[in-house]
Ligand binder design. Structure first.
Ligand code: HXC
Length: 263
């Protein structure tokens, strides 16, 4: 990372679980948290991706381990949080990054398709938040929880109704738990990335015409980078943001604001 906002050592001694940490934005979050000194525990379904990401972080001098987890299974989630505490003695940070979606007309979306996205994005985020939050409350040292949402949670997003509804739920959960768990010293926030150049999102604009169309919708004229999202996330997970709570931080080049009829 060429330029960094927070000094190395900011998160020394902290343990962070990052779901979906093997690839894309989750790997970016984990890399930056490790650079700041945290021990990161990468969670995700595919062990080989987790291992590769953990190796890369370790080769840069960071502390990383992994635990294969499907966040749709509360027992696996419980085992993930137990493992993080067993390995490091504590759990201080949770990043709810894992998600899944696909573009589909709502009248063609099956119940199973709805459930597969809602179970991952909304239920999986709750299972992780609950399991990590209970550990943080029990330990009595506070903690930080950060989820990843999308602006279609409040604008609506045709052809992604499953993800829209689930991200709206995560947004509401963030605000609710920010208030409810504040007295435990737990800060609950979210970031809301706009279109970001990751290997998962890139196929969406593989067609140059589609890329042009999408860029034109973003006032700053480009997609975001994983590093930009990781820096925003790290700030919210650092002591510098101890007075930020229940907040959703939008990082999208103004994309969601550009809805006026004259723009
Ligand atoms: C219609 C689909 C479908 C599709 C799955 N389903 N994909 N329906 N169109 N493209 C339906 C299936 O038919 C099935 O219903 C049900 O969903 C479950 O399918 P599974 O394959 O068994 O799902 P599962 O293994 O649970 O996979 C979850 C998933 C999958 C969400 C469906 O796509 C996934 O794991 N994705 C993770 C990666 C991902 O989503 N990447 C995008 C991130 S990038 P039936 O009724 O047939 O049984 C990103 C950037 C956005 O989000 C940027 C916006 C600008």
């Amino acid at each position: 990372m060429a330029q960094t906002m927070l000094p190395a050592g900011t998160l020394t001694g902290k343990t962070a679980v990052v779901t979906g940490g093997g690839t894309g934005m989750g790997r970016g979050f984990a890399t930056e948290l490790a650079r700041l000194g945290a021990h990161v525990v990468l969670a995700g379904r595919k062990e080989e991706r987790l291992a590769a990401a953990a190796d890369a972080i370790q080769s840069e001098g960071g502390q990383a381990s992994y635990f294969a987890t499907d966040i749709r299974d509360p027992e696996q989630v419980e085992a993930l949080m137990n493992t993080a505490v067993e390995r490091t003695g504590h759990l201080d940070i949770l990043v709810n990054n894992a998600a899944g979606n696909f573009i589909v007309d709502s009248d063609k979306l099956s119940v199973n398709g709805w459930n597969s996205v809602v179970n991952t994005v909304l239920n999986g985020t709750f299972y992780c938040t609950r399991a990590a939050g209970l550990k943080m409350i029990e330990a009595g040292n506070g903690g930080k929880i950060l989820s990843v949402v999308a602006s279609y949670a409040w604008t609506g997003g045709p052809r992604t109704v499953h993800s829209v509804a689930a991200k709206a739920g995560v947004t509401a959960m963030t605000k609710t738990l920010g208030v409810e768990w504040a007295h435990h010293g737990i800060r609950v926030n979210a970031i809301c990335p706009g279109p970001t150049d990751t290997e998962g999102a890139r196929p969406l604009w593989a067609d140059p015409e589609e890329e042009k169309r999408l860029r034109a919708k973003i006032p700053v004229g480009r997609f975001g980078t994983v590093e930009e999202m990781a820096q925003a996330a790290s700030y919210l997970l650092s002591p510098y943001a101890d007075f930020v709570n229940g907040e959703v931080f939008v990082i999208d080049g103004g994309e969601w604001l550009g809805k006026g009829l004259t723009s």
